[in-house]
Design a protein. Structure first.
Length: 332
Protein backbone atom coordinates (compact mmCIF):
# COMPACT_ATOMS: atom_id res chain seq x y z
CA UNK A 1 0.00 0.00 0.00
CA UNK A 2 1.56 3.26 -1.10
CA UNK A 3 1.59 6.42 0.98
CA UNK A 4 -1.31 8.64 -0.05
CA UNK A 5 -0.19 11.05 -2.79
CA UNK A 6 -3.46 12.91 -3.35
CA UNK A 7 -2.63 15.72 -0.90
CA UNK A 8 -0.44 17.61 -3.31
CA UNK A 9 -2.91 17.11 -6.13
CA UNK A 10 -5.76 18.43 -4.02
CA UNK A 11 -3.85 21.59 -3.28
CA UNK A 12 -1.73 22.14 -6.37
CA UNK A 13 -3.33 19.99 -9.07
CA UNK A 14 -3.11 21.95 -12.23
CA UNK A 15 -1.74 25.10 -10.54
CA UNK A 16 0.28 26.89 -13.21
CA UNK A 17 2.72 29.69 -12.65
CA UNK A 18 1.80 32.89 -14.45
CA UNK A 19 4.05 33.96 -17.31
CA UNK A 20 4.92 37.54 -18.22
CA UNK A 21 2.27 39.09 -20.45
CA UNK A 22 3.29 39.80 -24.03
CA UNK A 23 3.18 43.26 -25.59
CA UNK A 24 0.08 42.24 -27.53
CA UNK A 25 -1.73 41.35 -24.29
CA UNK A 26 -1.34 44.91 -23.04
CA UNK A 27 -3.69 46.10 -25.78
CA UNK A 28 -6.58 44.31 -24.11
CA UNK A 29 -7.97 44.45 -20.58
CA UNK A 30 -6.77 41.48 -18.54
CA UNK A 31 -9.86 40.68 -16.50
CA UNK A 32 -9.41 39.82 -12.82
CA UNK A 33 -11.03 36.43 -12.13
CA UNK A 34 -10.35 36.14 -8.40
CA UNK A 35 -9.12 38.66 -5.84
CA UNK A 36 -8.46 38.82 -2.14
CA UNK A 37 -5.80 39.87 0.35
CA UNK A 38 -2.52 38.82 -1.24
CA UNK A 39 -4.32 37.05 -4.11
CA UNK A 40 -5.13 38.13 -7.64
CA UNK A 41 -5.80 35.75 -10.54
CA UNK A 42 -6.16 37.21 -14.04
CA UNK A 43 -7.74 35.75 -17.16
CA UNK A 44 -4.36 35.55 -18.88
CA UNK A 45 -3.11 33.18 -16.16
CA UNK A 46 -6.12 30.94 -16.62
CA UNK A 47 -5.72 30.97 -20.40
CA UNK A 48 -2.06 29.96 -20.08
CA UNK A 49 -2.98 27.22 -17.63
CA UNK A 50 -5.49 25.82 -20.12
CA UNK A 51 -2.86 25.95 -22.90
CA UNK A 52 -0.34 24.13 -20.69
CA UNK A 53 -2.91 21.52 -19.71
CA UNK A 54 -3.89 20.97 -23.35
CA UNK A 55 -0.22 20.47 -24.30
CA UNK A 56 0.33 18.09 -21.41
CA UNK A 57 -2.67 15.99 -22.41
CA UNK A 58 -1.59 15.98 -26.05
CA UNK A 59 1.85 14.70 -25.02
CA UNK A 60 0.08 11.78 -23.35
CA UNK A 61 -2.03 11.10 -26.42
CA UNK A 62 -5.20 12.57 -24.88
CA UNK A 63 -7.50 15.28 -26.18
CA UNK A 64 -8.50 18.33 -24.15
CA UNK A 65 -12.22 17.94 -23.24
CA UNK A 66 -13.61 21.16 -24.73
CA UNK A 67 -17.11 20.36 -23.46
CA UNK A 68 -15.76 20.59 -19.89
CA UNK A 69 -13.72 23.74 -20.47
CA UNK A 70 -15.80 25.90 -18.08
CA UNK A 71 -15.55 23.36 -15.25
CA UNK A 72 -11.82 22.87 -15.86
CA UNK A 73 -11.23 26.64 -15.77
CA UNK A 74 -13.17 26.89 -12.53
CA UNK A 75 -11.02 24.15 -10.99
CA UNK A 76 -7.85 25.80 -12.25
CA UNK A 77 -8.81 29.13 -10.66
CA UNK A 78 -9.68 27.46 -7.36
CA UNK A 79 -6.37 25.64 -7.30
CA UNK A 80 -4.41 28.75 -8.22
CA UNK A 81 -6.07 30.58 -5.34
CA UNK A 82 -5.33 27.65 -3.03
CA UNK A 83 -1.68 27.63 -4.01
CA UNK A 84 -1.29 31.36 -3.41
CA UNK A 85 -3.08 31.29 -0.06
CA UNK A 86 -1.15 28.29 1.25
CA UNK A 87 2.31 29.40 0.09
CA UNK A 88 1.70 32.84 1.60
CA UNK A 89 1.78 31.16 5.02
CA UNK A 90 5.25 29.69 4.46
CA UNK A 91 8.12 30.68 6.73
CA UNK A 92 11.46 31.99 5.44
CA UNK A 93 13.13 28.68 6.27
CA UNK A 94 10.44 26.73 4.44
CA UNK A 95 10.94 28.89 1.35
CA UNK A 96 14.68 28.20 1.39
CA UNK A 97 14.10 24.46 1.80
CA UNK A 98 11.53 24.40 -1.01
CA UNK A 99 13.91 26.23 -3.33
CA UNK A 100 16.68 23.73 -2.60
CA UNK A 101 14.27 20.85 -3.16
CA UNK A 102 13.18 22.24 -6.54
CA UNK A 103 16.77 22.65 -7.69
CA UNK A 104 17.69 19.11 -6.65
CA UNK A 105 14.48 17.68 -8.12
CA UNK A 106 15.23 19.37 -11.44
CA UNK A 107 18.80 18.05 -11.54
CA UNK A 108 17.68 14.54 -10.57
CA UNK A 109 15.02 14.60 -13.28
CA UNK A 110 17.60 15.65 -15.87
CA UNK A 111 19.89 12.78 -14.81
CA UNK A 112 17.10 10.25 -15.28
CA UNK A 113 16.61 11.37 -18.88
CA UNK A 114 18.84 10.06 -21.68
CA UNK A 115 20.28 13.54 -22.13
CA UNK A 116 19.66 17.17 -21.21
CA UNK A 117 18.38 17.73 -24.73
CA UNK A 118 15.81 14.95 -24.22
CA UNK A 119 14.75 16.62 -20.96
CA UNK A 120 14.23 19.95 -22.74
CA UNK A 121 12.25 18.31 -25.54
CA UNK A 122 10.04 16.54 -23.00
CA UNK A 123 9.28 19.89 -21.35
CA UNK A 124 8.53 21.49 -24.72
CA UNK A 125 6.21 18.62 -25.66
CA UNK A 126 4.28 19.35 -22.47
CA UNK A 127 4.10 23.07 -23.27
CA UNK A 128 6.39 23.97 -20.39
CA UNK A 129 9.49 26.11 -20.01
CA UNK A 130 12.33 25.11 -17.70
CA UNK A 131 11.67 28.03 -15.35
CA UNK A 132 8.02 26.96 -15.09
CA UNK A 133 9.04 23.40 -14.25
CA UNK A 134 11.36 24.61 -11.47
CA UNK A 135 8.82 27.14 -10.19
CA UNK A 136 6.06 24.54 -10.04
CA UNK A 137 8.30 22.05 -8.21
CA UNK A 138 9.19 24.77 -5.69
CA UNK A 139 5.55 25.74 -5.22
CA UNK A 140 4.43 22.15 -4.68
CA UNK A 141 7.22 21.54 -2.17
CA UNK A 142 6.23 24.71 -0.32
CA UNK A 143 2.58 23.69 -0.25
CA UNK A 144 3.47 20.33 1.25
CA UNK A 145 5.68 21.93 3.91
CA UNK A 146 2.96 24.34 5.00
CA UNK A 147 0.27 21.67 5.09
CA UNK A 148 2.57 19.27 6.94
CA UNK A 149 3.18 21.97 9.57
CA UNK A 150 -0.36 23.25 9.90
CA UNK A 151 -2.33 20.00 9.49
CA UNK A 152 -0.32 16.78 9.20
CA UNK A 153 1.84 17.37 12.27
CA UNK A 154 -1.31 17.73 14.37
CA UNK A 155 -2.87 14.43 13.28
CA UNK A 156 -1.92 11.56 15.61
CA UNK A 157 -2.60 7.97 14.54
CA UNK A 158 -2.57 5.43 17.38
CA UNK A 159 -1.04 1.97 17.22
CA UNK A 160 -4.51 0.62 17.90
CA UNK A 161 -5.87 2.33 14.77
CA UNK A 162 -3.03 0.87 12.70
CA UNK A 163 -3.68 -2.64 14.05
CA UNK A 164 -7.42 -2.28 13.42
CA UNK A 165 -6.84 -1.28 9.79
CA UNK A 166 -4.41 -4.17 9.33
CA UNK A 167 -6.87 -6.72 10.74
CA UNK A 168 -9.82 -5.38 8.74
CA UNK A 169 -7.92 -5.25 5.44
CA UNK A 170 -5.74 -8.32 5.69
CA UNK A 171 -6.10 -9.25 2.00
CA UNK A 172 -4.35 -6.02 1.06
CA UNK A 173 -1.21 -7.39 2.68
CA UNK A 174 -1.06 -10.69 0.81
CA UNK A 175 2.04 -10.32 -1.35
CA UNK A 176 1.98 -12.49 -4.49
CA UNK A 177 4.99 -14.17 -6.07
CA UNK A 178 7.43 -11.48 -7.18
CA UNK A 179 10.63 -11.13 -9.14
CA UNK A 180 13.53 -8.82 -8.40
CA UNK A 181 15.22 -8.15 -11.71
CA UNK A 182 17.49 -5.59 -13.35
CA UNK A 183 17.37 -4.57 -16.99
CA UNK A 184 19.16 -2.48 -19.56
CA UNK A 185 16.84 -0.70 -21.99
CA UNK A 186 17.63 1.07 -25.24
CA UNK A 187 14.45 2.85 -26.31
CA UNK A 188 13.12 2.72 -29.85
CA UNK A 189 10.83 5.73 -29.59
CA UNK A 190 11.44 9.45 -29.13
CA UNK A 191 11.55 10.34 -25.42
CA UNK A 192 9.62 13.58 -25.99
CA UNK A 193 7.07 12.77 -28.70
CA UNK A 194 6.94 8.97 -28.14
CA UNK A 195 7.01 8.51 -31.92
CA UNK A 196 8.86 5.43 -33.17
CA UNK A 197 12.46 6.06 -34.22
CA UNK A 198 13.48 5.72 -37.89
CA UNK A 199 14.66 2.25 -38.93
CA UNK A 200 18.26 3.42 -39.22
CA UNK A 201 18.26 4.59 -35.60
CA UNK A 202 16.62 1.34 -34.47
CA UNK A 203 19.35 -0.66 -36.21
CA UNK A 204 21.98 1.36 -34.34
CA UNK A 205 20.23 0.62 -31.07
CA UNK A 206 20.00 -3.09 -31.92
CA UNK A 207 23.72 -3.24 -32.65
CA UNK A 208 24.50 -1.48 -29.38
CA UNK A 209 22.22 -3.72 -27.27
CA UNK A 210 23.84 -6.82 -28.77
CA UNK A 211 27.24 -5.45 -27.82
CA UNK A 212 26.02 -4.83 -24.28
CA UNK A 213 24.61 -8.37 -24.14
CA UNK A 214 28.05 -9.79 -24.92
CA UNK A 215 29.60 -7.72 -22.15
CA UNK A 216 26.89 -8.67 -19.63
CA UNK A 217 27.18 -12.38 -20.35
CA UNK A 218 30.95 -12.13 -20.16
CA UNK A 219 30.56 -11.21 -16.50
CA UNK A 220 30.71 -7.40 -16.39
CA UNK A 221 28.85 -5.75 -13.50
CA UNK A 222 25.25 -5.67 -14.72
CA UNK A 223 24.22 -2.80 -12.47
CA UNK A 224 27.14 -0.68 -13.64
CA UNK A 225 26.23 -1.34 -17.29
CA UNK A 226 22.62 -0.34 -16.58
CA UNK A 227 23.68 2.88 -14.86
CA UNK A 228 25.91 3.82 -17.77
CA UNK A 229 23.89 2.71 -20.78
CA UNK A 230 20.23 2.06 -19.89
CA UNK A 231 17.72 4.62 -21.17
CA UNK A 232 14.99 3.68 -18.68
CA UNK A 233 14.70 6.84 -16.60
CA UNK A 234 12.71 4.97 -13.94
CA UNK A 235 15.46 2.49 -13.04
CA UNK A 236 18.74 3.73 -14.52
CA UNK A 237 19.93 5.37 -11.28
CA UNK A 238 19.55 2.16 -9.22
CA UNK A 239 21.21 -0.17 -11.69
CA UNK A 240 18.05 -1.04 -13.62
CA UNK A 241 16.34 -2.80 -10.71
CA UNK A 242 12.61 -3.44 -10.31
CA UNK A 243 10.62 -5.68 -7.98
CA UNK A 244 7.25 -6.70 -9.44
CA UNK A 245 4.46 -9.31 -9.41
CA UNK A 246 2.74 -10.75 -12.46
CA UNK A 247 0.62 -8.31 -14.44
CA UNK A 248 2.76 -5.21 -13.80
CA UNK A 249 5.15 -5.38 -16.76
CA UNK A 250 4.48 -5.71 -20.49
CA UNK A 251 3.88 -9.39 -21.43
CA UNK A 252 7.16 -9.98 -23.30
CA UNK A 253 9.22 -8.62 -20.39
CA UNK A 254 7.23 -10.44 -17.72
CA UNK A 255 7.31 -13.80 -19.49
CA UNK A 256 11.10 -13.78 -19.63
CA UNK A 257 11.59 -12.44 -16.10
CA UNK A 258 9.42 -15.14 -14.51
CA UNK A 259 11.08 -17.87 -16.60
CA UNK A 260 14.72 -17.10 -15.79
CA UNK A 261 16.42 -18.41 -12.67
CA UNK A 262 18.26 -16.09 -10.25
CA UNK A 263 21.56 -15.03 -11.78
CA UNK A 264 20.51 -15.78 -15.35
CA UNK A 265 20.69 -13.15 -18.11
CA UNK A 266 18.23 -13.10 -20.99
CA UNK A 267 18.91 -12.64 -24.67
CA UNK A 268 17.66 -9.37 -26.19
CA UNK A 269 13.93 -8.92 -25.47
CA UNK A 270 11.92 -6.60 -27.73
CA UNK A 271 8.90 -4.73 -26.35
CA UNK A 272 6.94 -1.63 -27.29
CA UNK A 273 9.54 0.41 -25.37
CA UNK A 274 12.62 -0.92 -27.09
CA UNK A 275 15.37 -3.50 -26.61
CA UNK A 276 15.96 -5.02 -23.16
CA UNK A 277 18.49 -7.25 -21.49
CA UNK A 278 17.08 -8.74 -18.27
CA UNK A 279 18.94 -10.23 -15.34
CA UNK A 280 16.93 -11.95 -12.59
CA UNK A 281 18.38 -11.21 -9.18
CA UNK A 282 15.90 -12.96 -6.88
CA UNK A 283 12.61 -14.85 -6.88
CA UNK A 284 10.29 -13.90 -4.00
CA UNK A 285 7.62 -16.47 -3.04
CA UNK A 286 4.14 -15.32 -2.04
CA UNK A 287 3.68 -14.34 1.61
CA UNK A 288 1.58 -12.27 3.98
CA UNK A 289 3.29 -9.05 5.02
CA UNK A 290 3.63 -8.80 8.80
CA UNK A 291 2.19 -5.84 10.67
CA UNK A 292 5.71 -4.67 11.56
CA UNK A 293 6.59 -4.48 7.85
CA UNK A 294 3.67 -2.24 6.93
CA UNK A 295 2.79 -0.32 10.10
CA UNK A 296 4.62 2.84 9.03
CA UNK A 297 2.90 2.84 5.62
CA UNK A 298 -0.50 2.27 7.24
CA UNK A 299 0.09 5.10 9.70
CA UNK A 300 1.16 7.45 6.88
CA UNK A 301 -1.89 6.50 4.83
CA UNK A 302 -4.34 7.00 7.70
CA UNK A 303 -2.73 10.30 8.57
CA UNK A 304 -2.93 11.51 4.97
CA UNK A 305 -6.53 10.34 4.77
CA UNK A 306 -7.43 12.41 7.83
CA UNK A 307 -5.64 15.46 6.38
CA UNK A 308 -7.66 15.04 3.18
CA UNK A 309 -10.84 15.34 5.24
CA UNK A 310 -9.59 18.55 6.83
CA UNK A 311 -8.44 20.26 3.62
CA UNK A 312 -11.82 21.69 2.49
CA UNK A 313 -12.37 23.44 5.83
CA UNK A 314 -8.76 24.61 5.90
CA UNK A 315 -9.05 26.07 2.41
CA UNK A 316 -12.36 27.75 3.25
CA UNK A 317 -10.79 29.29 6.35
CA UNK A 318 -7.92 30.72 4.26
CA UNK A 319 -10.35 32.11 1.68
CA UNK A 320 -12.50 33.72 4.35
CA UNK A 321 -9.47 35.28 6.05
CA UNK A 322 -8.29 36.71 2.71
CA UNK A 323 -11.80 37.81 1.67
CA UNK A 324 -11.42 36.10 -1.71
CA UNK A 325 -14.04 36.97 -4.32
CA UNK A 326 -14.56 35.38 -7.73
CA UNK A 327 -15.59 37.38 -10.80
CA UNK A 328 -16.55 35.03 -13.58
CA UNK A 329 -19.84 33.65 -14.81
CA UNK A 330 -19.17 29.98 -14.07
CA UNK A 331 -18.44 30.74 -10.41
CA UNK A 332 -21.59 32.84 -10.00
Amino acid sequence: MKRFSTLLGALAGFAICAQTATAADSLFADKVIAKGKGVEIKQSEVDEAVIALRASLAAQGQAFPEADRARIQTNLVERMVMAKLVTAKATADEKIEAKKFAEKFTEDTKKRMPSEEAFKRRLEANGMKLETFVSRAEEEALIRKVVDRELTSKVAISDEAVKKFYDENEKQFDQPEMVKAAHILLVTNDSATRAELPEEKKKEKKTKINQLLVRAKAGEDFGALAKEFSEDIGSKANGGEYVFPRGKMVPQFEAVAFTLLPGQISDVVTTQFGYHIIKVLEKLPPKKLALAEVSTRIKDALQAQEVQKQLPDYYKKLKDEAGVQFFYEEKK
